[in-house]
Design a protein around this ligand. Sequence first.
Ligand SMILES: [Zn+2]
Length: 582
Amino acid sequence: MLHTGTLANDTLGLLKTLIPFLYSILFLFPVNVPAQETAHYFRWPVDGTVSLSANYGELRSNHFHAGLDIRVGGVPGMPVYAAAGGYVSRIVARPNGYGRAVYITHPNGTTSVYAHLHTFAPALEAYIRAIQYARQRYTVDEQVAEGALPVKKGELVGAAGNSGSSAGAHLHFEIRHTATETPCNVFSYGYYPLPADTYPPVIRNVAFFSFRQQDGIPYTANFYEHSKPPRRIKQTIHVPATFYIGIDAYDAQNGTPAKLAVNRVLVTLDGATVFSCRFEDIPFDAVRYINSAIAYEERQRNNKVFLKTYIEPGNKLGIYRDVKNNGLLSLPDTLPHAVEIKVFDDAGNVAAAAFTVQKKTGNPASLPAPETAALITAHDDRPTTIVKDGLSVAIPKGALYKPAGLFIDTIAGKPGGAYSSLWRIHTPETPLHYAMTLKIAADIPGTLVPKALIAGMDGSHTYSCGGQWKNNAVETSIRSFGDFFVTVDTIAPVITPAFAKGANLGRQTQLKINITDDLSGIGTYSGYIDNEWALFEYDEKNRRLLYTFDAKRIRRGRQHRLLLSVTDNRGNTATLQTAFTW
Ligand SMILES: [Zn+2]
């Protein structure tokens, strides 16, 4: 028995050793699951020909797009169906993010996600509404036990819409690995047939970035950009000793005007691969590394998004496959060398651009002179604390992607209403992966202390960064560098109903009320109709509260009293008392 146990342990040990290896093989050579095995497991969540406005891996602000955006004709209402059988495992209603969303867990180890819904199917609507009324709160994010809401393949889930942080009606659809919650590229797994795609991707821009280090701090500069990259080698680019490449590419598919994401990028130097990556299985806790994967400065300055070949030391993304020397290219001599860039879409269509590169003799490309004396060196692999008179900044380990020289000082231009100096905490052109803790000392009259907050200044625009009063300073967590000062918010939100007092709304389905706040933002709200709590949905992007008339809860054909109160994040409250007929 003992012997058998040892053998079993050995086998287990060997398996454990092999798993990462097998895993890497799977990633390098995605298994093409035979069509007949999967083609019938999932159905599309909408009827008709599927056309996409976004796909997996799109380079978005602070994240990679996690699924497919399915076009629904530009208006809310298209029926959405369960992609396969299973059970509703999570149901969400919130003013931002995915808005109204349904998660269905399937027996094959996947979970499908349907987001930005306009409405839920009646059974789901009843389920979530009961929770909302019980808690007297619109926002719900509820895990649902298996057995409570079983779903058959093709059963109605709801109607596609524009709820949450959505810029137009569409269905955001994902398939996740249930165990890890990591969204996958459904086409790499063969879960769906590829949409018609006879077009190759387009390489829109190629940038060459020079790279050098001084005192361990890397300095890069964009020294070359080609808006129509040559398919064939016909141009020699004079490069510094060490450089990397930035690629701006998109994919086109039949039947959609959308510029979609490419699936794979490959760079070769004299025919040998120096960089490759594939947009696959990006876990949610890694999506923010996009700020290291792209040329972030370039995006902040010029709103251009280049995927870099250079992998910074603090970049923990798993998209990279075959990368030499962290993607930095160095030429061994002053002879001409060939660089080729290839991008592939999900269907395997390819676009290529080729360049001849030659090492510059004499002075390398000009770079901004590092002013190390004025800067504070911070590192990616250890925390940094900076204390100055009236200021403290704590940057955690891993918040930076590479060592940086930080500029931190007071600057002129303190705005009216400031109770502290105006502090420049480096520049928003440098990304922060984790939040820094910022403390700014302020001299505030005691009565105003509960109203104090840290505000950021972006040109003439002031925005709240929140914070708490501690030891004569306001302390908060901020995930971007910039200019900051302490101010107070003493102004209540503004409530503007979209109807006149006493109006007859008998033909309407919803009550609409606009709410805005000047600085700290909407914190809480509550609405009562005829003294009963009423379910007002907060639509954050449109700064609006919506109540859908519900004949089960208010009596038709009468005048009703409405009492609404809205409080901002500094405790300033506005109330509205009005009446309407419905
Ligand atoms: Zn989406």
